[in-house]
Design a protein around this ligand. Structure first.
Ligand SMILES: [Zn+2]
Length: 220
């Protein structure tokens, strides 16, 4: 049995640039959930990361879908859900240069139709926003609940608990999620300095595997 750390950050804002730099410095991998219709072709001044730079920026991490236009998927017809996901997969697969088959639910919301449609399309896993404060692998990968958001004041206690835990009958995963743009707010638990402390606490442990969401799902 093994231990894993994985991250999932949404929306693909320009703040991903310094965030990726920080992740790379600590050897931690992240899945970035992108909204392809928001991405400009090449504009580096835009709020969203551009299509042109995304492949290089996110190299070594994972690009995943967050839907084409970030709607509440559970309010859509099956046909519209399919359009939102299939078009995003198509755009992001072209951008990434590999098949994009991970997902994070926009707003964290879903219903049975959404989950069933993702499964039919071939999505391998989908992240919710329901923090568990636990380290268990998902029973249903299409309802992959994260351990915690980075702004949880308990995040360091959870990291300590995870690092001290021994995997016995199943693997353990510390799954952190958020948005890089939140880090620019400069609050106590929502700032670049806070994130650096979080990454430092998680990084460099010889018994921990640092993986993207898909690498975790495909682990052996
Ligand atoms: Zn989002």
């Amino acid at each position: 049995m093994k231990k894993y750390v994985t991250l999932s950050y949404d929306d693909g804002a320009k703040f991903d640039r310094p965030f990726v730099e920080m992740l790379n410095a600590y050897g931690i991998k992240c899945t970035f959930n992108l909204i392809s219709s928001s991405m400009p072709p090449s504009d580096r001044e835009a709020w969203y990361v551009s299509r042109e730079e995304a492949r290089e920026l996110y190299r070594g991490h994972e690009i995943a879908t967050h839907s084409l236009t970030h709607p509440h998927l559970e309010q859509l017809s099956k046909e519209d859900i399919e359009h939102e996901i299939r078009e995003d997969i198509k755009n992001l697969t072209e951008i990434a240069g590999y098949p994009v088959l991970g997902h994070a639910y926009p707003y964290g919301t879903y219903n049975e139709l959404v989950v069933d449609t993702l499964r039919e399309i071939g999505i391998r896993y989908a992240r919710t926003v329901k923090a568990t404060s636990a380290f268990d692998p998902p029973e249903e990968p299409l309802l992959f609940h994260p351990t915690t958001h980075h702004r949880n004041p308990e995040v360091f206690r959870l990291i300590d608990e995870f690092l001290a835990a021994e995997p016995k009958d199943h693997d353990l995963v510390f799954y952190l999620w958020g948005h890089s743009f939140e880090l620019d707010r400069g609050e106590e638990f929502n700032s670049w300095a806070h994130m650096e402390r979080v990454l430092k606490a998680l990084s460099g442990k010889p018994d921990v595997n640092y993986v993207t969401n898909m690498e975790f799902i495909e682990r052996r």
